[in-house]
Design a protein around this ligand. Sequence first.
Ligand code: ACO
Length: 331
Amino acid sequence: MVRSVIQGIGSYVPPRVVTNDELARLFTTSDEWIRTRTGIEERRFAEEGTTCSDLALQAAQKALEDAKLGPTDLDLIIFATLSPDHHFPGSGCYLQAKLGAKNVGCLDVRNQCTGFVYSMTVADALIRTGSYRNILVVGSEIHSSALDFSDRGRDVAVLFGDGAGAAVFSASNGDDRGVLYTELHADGEFTRALCMDIWDISHKPFITAENLESGKIWPQMDGRTVFKHAVTRLVETVTRTLARNGLKPEDVKYVFPHQANLRINQMVAEKLNMPKEKFLSNIQKYGNTTAASIPLLLDETYRAGKLERGDLLLIIAFGSGFTWGSALIKW
Ligand code: ACO
């Protein structure tokens, strides 16, 4: 039986650290407000001139090195982002050229915070059918160019940071490890709860001066609705994932939740009666890096030597759309 295993993993964050105190100099907020409501202490912002595919390149090169593969060994690149270099073509094509992975197919996934789970599900399916052997999945974001650093946008601006994470999924024969299960969900009734309207194709032209002036170019979020649904859906997805695989919570070594808000993940752990320590976090250092957050957390955990062969890892994510999902991996 062919399974897909994570053959290599890597991540990259830009060097510039932005503390909560630094944000408090731009608009009305405080380190205390941000820490207590979100767990975030600092985040990274890329310098002007840096694109999402630039961050992805650094993470991808580390993942390929870890996998002991070259760029042309890849059969496909799947690029998850909500902050692409340009509206088109997809960031996968920009990354492919920078990486030197000539003629390798590229697919962009626009599923926000669940981008990595959606992308790895596609990678896993293509590998298990025997179509492809090595697929690079990258999540990368530059949020710092698209946040409203004024009192109007402060609820969103404090949450997000820049970064990238990448994983090479490879075919493995007769192995009991690898991706065991994935599930994906969405509820399009909530598209307005977390969205960005700058691009509105119903307008002619599609970007209006009015949108620029009214602040519609910035992300809009109904934070409480997001919070409430995130907790409910993540609890549901963990419960179903465990039940469908005949597992108990104690069988899972670590949960890798999307890093949106430390309080969301702690509440999910509490409602599931699972130890909070099992729910790993690095949101304190990076804020919410959307599609990058899970591979970034996986890479840090792996490089810290915390993962042993055979460990059961559970990935869960919830985000704009709403979209949510899970993946179970035997390391
Ligand atoms: N600093 C200081 N005060 C602020 C800030 C800020 N950055 N932002 C909002 N406030 C104020 C509000 O204006 C409000 O003031 P008021 O009471 O005078 O009206 C007060 O703080 C409380 O605001 P709430 O929105 O009620 O605060 P809440 O406790 O709900 O926390 C938060 C807000 C942190 C955004 C929370 O709702 C949340 O985390 N929601 C989920 C958000 C999230 O996870 N988004 C991303 C996930 S999905 C994805 O990753 C794409």
